[in-house]
Design a protein around this ligand. Structure first.
Ligand SMILES: Nc1ncnc2c1ncn2[C@@H]1O[C@H](COP(=O)(O)OP(=O)(O)O)[C@@H](O)[C@H]1O
Ligand SMILES: [Mg+2]
Length: 250
C-alpha cells in the first residue's frame, strides 16, 4: 500500500458537521481502533494494534511500556506528526488524520506542545529564540513575541539564561527551555516523550513539578514515561503499552 492510500479508505460520511457540535470541545483526544503499521523491507511491523482511548480536557495521562511497545508512535499520531494507517483520530474533536499536512502543521502549532527526551532545541538559536520559534503564525511583531517568550522563560525560572545557546545550558535547563517552547502558543494539550529520562534527580524533579503545574493550570498532559514519580502522582490515569496494545491500569 502506498503511503497515502489511507486517504481513500477514510469514510468522510461519518462526520456530521453540525456547528452545534463545535460550541464546546467534548474530548481533548479520542482514538477509535487506531492501527499504525510500518513497512520494513518485506516485513510489516504493527506499532499500534487497535488502540482506542478517550482523554478529557484537563486529564493527566501517563503511558508506560517497554522500549519498542509503541509509545512514541502513539504520541506522534496524537500530535499530528504521524498518520494512523487505519482508525480514527480526533484531537480537540477535529479528525486530524483526515486533513493534509498544511492543515495538520497549523493545527499542531495551535493545539499541541511537544517535549522530547533529548530536548530537540535548535542548536544555533538562543533560549529565547527557541521559544519564539513556534510563534511564527502569530500576528504579533518580533519585539512582542520576544517579550512573550521572555515571560514564558521567566515563569520557569530561566529568565537569567535568555541568550544562552543550548550547549551553554545544563540538561535540566535545556528541558526547561523545551517546556517554555511547548507553551509558546498556549496549547490545550502538552505531549511529552520520556521527558525526565536523561535528567539527574534534581533536574528531573523540577521537570516533574513543572508538568504537574501545567496540569493544575488546566492543560491536558499526555506523558510517555517509566518515571515512577510521574506514574504514581495523584490524579494520573496510568496506561501500559505492550506490543502496540494499550491497557488501562487500575
Ligand atoms: N519509521 C519506522 N519504520 C519502521 N519501524 C518503526 C519505525 N518507527 C518505529 N518502528 C517500530 O515500531 C515499534 C514501536 O516503536 P516506538 O513507537 O518508537 O516504541 P517506543 O516509543 O515504545 O519505544 C518498534 O518495533 C519500532 O522498531
Ligand atoms: Mg519511544
Amino acid at each position: 500500500m502506498a503511503d497515502d492510500d489511507y486517504l481513500d479508505a477514510i469514510d468522510y460520511t461519518k462526520d456530521t458537521l453540525d456547528v452545534e457540535d463545535f460550541k464546546e470541545i467534548r474530548h481533548a483526544v479520542k482514538l477509535q481502533d487506531v492501527f499504525r503499521t510500518y513497512k520494513f523491507g518485506k516485513e510489516e511491523i504493527t506499532a499500534l494494534n487497535g488502540v482506542s482511548l478517550v482523554i478529557n480536557q484537563g486529564d493527566f495521562v501517563v503511558v508506560s511500556g517497554k522500549s519498542g511497545s509503541g509509545k512514541t508512535t502513539l504520541l506522534n499520531i496524537i500530535g499530528a506528526i504521524d498518520l494512523a494507517t487505519s482508525g480514527r483520530v480526533f484531537v480537540m474533536d477535529v479528525p486530524i488524520n483526515d486533513y493534509d499536512e498544511s492543515f495538520r502543521s497549523t493545527f499542531r502549532l495551535d493545539n499541541t506542545g511537544f517535549i522530547f527526551q533529548s530536548y530537540n532545541l535548535v542548536s544555533t538559536l538562543t533560549a529565547v529564540e527557541n521559544v519564539m520559534f513556534p510563534m511564527q503564525l502569530s500576528s504579533k511583531n518580533q519585539s512582542e513575541l520576544r517579550d512573550d517568550a521572555i515571560k514564558l522563560l521567566e515563569d520557569i525560572e530561566m529568565g537569567h539564561r535568555l541568550d544562552h545557546l543550548p550547549w551553554q545550558l545544563s540538561s535540566g535547563e535545556q528541558q526547561r527551555v523545551a517546556i517554555a517552547r511547548a507553551m509558546a502558543n498556549d496549547p490545550a494539550i502538552i505531549l511529552a516523550d520520556e521527558p525526565t529520562a536523561n535528567l539527574d534527580g534534581e533536574s528531573g524533579q523540577m521537570i516533574r513539578d513543572l508538568l504537574a503545574k501545567l496540569n493544575e493550570q488546566g492543560k491536558t498532559l499526555i506523558v510517555m514515561t517509566h518515571d515512577e514519580d510521574i506514574i504514581n502522582r495523584k490524579g494520573v490515569r496510568h496506561f501500559t503499552m505492550k506490543n502496540g496494545e494499550l491497557n488501562q491500569n487500575v
